[in-house]
Write a protein that binds this ligand. Structure first.
Ligand SMILES: C[S@@+](CC[C@H](N)C(=O)[O-])C[C@H]1O[C@@H](n2cnc3c(N)ncnc32)[C@H](O)[C@@H]1O
Length: 644
């Protein structure tokens, strides 16, 4: 019995031999042009060569023969290289269907899957009846459409999915669809929470969200002790050193550091200085805001002690004393104080987090004071809990900065950012689980970044596995080729060349998506809000959950590769896409995308404004026969007749 590693090595060997043979063969590639529908026939037989008798024909081992005709039409016919993102004809679903390759593929694949603990298995969770289900019926869901290409065991590190496709009736309600068409024209989505038109306060607030979600760390540790180490730039490039780092001085090349070390050390130093500077900037504004408070308190104190003198007079006295301490003219101090007072007002409304995470725009905002009206400040007040949840859960040490101004350093909100549900009226955030207890007293939700395979349903197989496209066959050096842009895909950022959804796949930095779970005001329980704008075509996130099958009457996304139907269940674990509500005029849609030969479902923006609720169209099928009314409120709803 061969081990899994041996089988993988065997596959790789076979693949590379075929590739070598193709290179060696004197193929007139130019004449491919003349073939209307080119195909290649690959035959491989595993034989026992130990059979001595040359007169006996070597027989192939039963069951281990590959014989496949591979359609190359798509390889030789130029395709659009546009991203699967919006705006082109290259929307993933349709493209992916057409390039469904055969089992004659030679790309080895081995992916590890995290099995879910049996107690997490949705099959074993009862009491979830009456939840919703979503379906993608745009892929090759029919077994018959597979053209008999199920025999993929010979070429993939994954074992083929088992049979036993669950019986899920076609007319099951609550099934959502992945869109398989160009985007419809749509009008601008209306913001439900904080309308952030790009001006004054809106810009400031968007800047705060961007800072919060950029992964920036404001921690006093960045300025305390970081620079106590020996000077990092002691080997700075001097005029006597050439740019390649080779010393031209008499001490010779041995004393010089190589350029890569210079570069790496400078990168570290630069990062530290940038972090420290960012942290100092935050400290600066909070201290200045606090200074204004102390200034006002001092004036009040003087007034209380000497009520006969006017407040203006007392203020002048304190200003004079301060300008002398700062070493500025009184006018200079007045100008600066006006800006610092702005910081204080922002802090009073939006809390300390709004100051600490404000971008550079806060200076301009406070200098010109455009938008410092009551309405704007009320909006900031409503935002405060949301900002604090995001700051506490994504930047655990930010409150330590506050001890400089005598505020408690303990965070108020712990856990995952989406463990908290924000209220639009500024009332305190609610724990996520509490918003579901009325339906399920034991509700818990585990936030995960990668889908997990329900082992009880699929063993160690991933039913989302898709055989690589025929393009992949022509580019043997690339292990994984994007079926949309045809570039090489890799989890290793240095190797990856596919930028279809760079915020999700193949790029170095993954920052938390700027979204927050919020309480809908009109009976839809929770929803998902975009804190920053998502450009049309940008990925909001991947639909993550438990890959399972056979669930009925619970919320699932249904999808299929050529040979396997599967469901993604978000009832107990998943990501924020679980909170996306339906709209008949949605501002996002689900699209299929294949990453490393594994099918994914990506929530893609159709143009989402900062502060808007993120919505998708669940499809008619989802609502069919469902005892619920659509509350999206869209007048233009094609379900208007049904639900209003
Ligand atoms: C995937 S969940 C979305 C998140 C959900 N609102 C929550 O709080 O968990 C789908 C469910 O949300 C509710 N929902 C979503 N969109 C809705 C809409 N337009 N009108 C009414 N209910 C909606 C329905 O109960 C639906 O079954």
């Amino acid at each position: 019995m061969l081990s899994e590693e041996q089988i993988t090595a065997l596959r790789q060997k076979v693949a590379s031999v075929i590739a070598d043979e193709l290179t060696r063969a004197n193929i007139d590639w130019a004449s491919f042009d003349q073939l209307a529908e080119p195909s290649v026939c690959i035959k491989a037989e595993f034989q026992d060569r130990s059979v001595d008798d040359s007169s006996v024909e070597q027989r192939p081992l039963p069951g281990l023969t590959i014989s496949k005709v591979i359609d190359l039409t798509k390889v030789t016919t130029p395709r659009s290289s546009a991203s699967p993102a919006l705006g082109g004809n290259s929307i993933g679903v349709a493209e992916n269907q057409n390039v469904e390759p055969t089992s004659g593929t030679i790309v080895p694949l081995s992916r590890n899957h995290t099995p879910i603990a049996s107690h997490d298995a949705p099959n074993q969770v009862s009491g979830d009846k009456g939840k919703h289900s979503m379906v993608n019926e745009n892929s090759n869901t029919s077994d018959g459409e597979d053209n008999g290409n199920n025999s993929r065991m010979a070429i993939s590190g994954l074992r083929p999915s088992r049979g036993g496709i669950p019986v899920v009736e076609d007319n099951t309600q609550r099934q959502m669809q992945v869109v398989n068409e160009n985007f419809p024209k749509r009008r601008k989505a209306e913001a439900v929470g904080y309308t952030m038109k790009p001006s004054s306060l809106d810009k400031l607030v968007i800047g705060i969200w961007e800072q919060l979600h950029s992964g920036v760390s404001v921690d006093p540790v960045h300025i305390l002790g970081e620079f106590m180490t020996p000077p990092l730039l002691r080997d700075a490039i001097s005029p006597s050193q050439d740019i390649a780092g080779l010393s031209l001085s008499s001490s010779g090349p041995s004393s010089a550091s190589p350029p890569d070390r210079h570069f790496n050390e400078t990168t570290v130093l630069c990062r530290k200085v940038t972090q420290a500077s960012r942290t100092c900037r935050s400290i600066e504004v909070i201290v200045q805001a606090r200074w204004v408070e102390h200034f006002d308190a001092y004036v009040e104190h003087l007034k209380a002690n000497d009520p006969k003198i006017s407040v203006t007079r007392h203020r002048k006295t304190v200003s004079a004393e301060s300008s002398s301490n700062f070493g500025w003219s009184e006018k200079e101090l007045r100008n600066k104080m006006a800006i610092w007072r702005g910081y204080k007002e922002i802090k009073d409304a939006g809390g300390w987090a709004s100051l600490v995470f404000a971008g550079m725009g806060i200076y301009r905002f406070c200098k010109y004071r455009i938008g410092f009206d009551n309405e704007s400040m009320q909006r900031l007040r409503n935002l405060r809990p949301a900002l604090e949840v995001a700051a506490d859960t994504m930047n655990q040490n930010w409150r330590r900065l506050l001890s400089i101004v005598g505020e408690p350093p303990e965070r108020m909100y712990s856990g995952h950012p989406h463990d908290w549900v924000i209220c639009l009226d500024g009332s305190p955030p609610i724990q996520l689980r509490k918003t579901y207890l009325q339906w399920d007293p034991h509700f818990e939700y585990k936030h995960i970044d990668e889908s997990v395979i329900d082992q009880a349903a699929w063993g160690y197989d991933d039913p989302r596995w898709k055989p690589p496209s025929s393009e992949a066959l022509t580019r043997i050096s690339s292990l994984f080729v994007c079926q949309d842009c045809l570039n090489e895909q890799s989890d290793e950022p240095k190797l990856n060349c596919c930028y279809c959804f760079p915020s999700l796949f193949g790029c170095a930095t993954f920052t938390p998506p700027p979204v927050q779970v919020f309480r809908t005001p009109n009976g839809r329980n929770n929803g998902l809000m975009a804190l920053c704008a998502f450009e049309r075509g940008a990925a909001v996130g991947e639909f993550i959950g438990v890959i399972t099958k056979g669930l009925q009457d619970v919320d699932v996304m249904e999808n299929a590769t050529g040979s396997a139907k599967y469901q993604i269940w978000q009832g107990r674990q998943g990501n924020f896409t679980r909170f996306v509500n339906h709209s008949c005029n949605s501002n996002s849609q689900y699209q299929q995308f294949t990453w490393l030969d594994t099918q994914r479902i990506v929530l893609v923006s159709k143009g989402i404004g900062a502060g808007s609720e993120i919505t998708v169209d669940y499809s008619d099928k989802y609502w069919k026969g469902l005892d619920k009314k659509c509350l999206c409120g869209e007048k233009s709803s094609h379900r208007k007749g049904d639900y209003y």
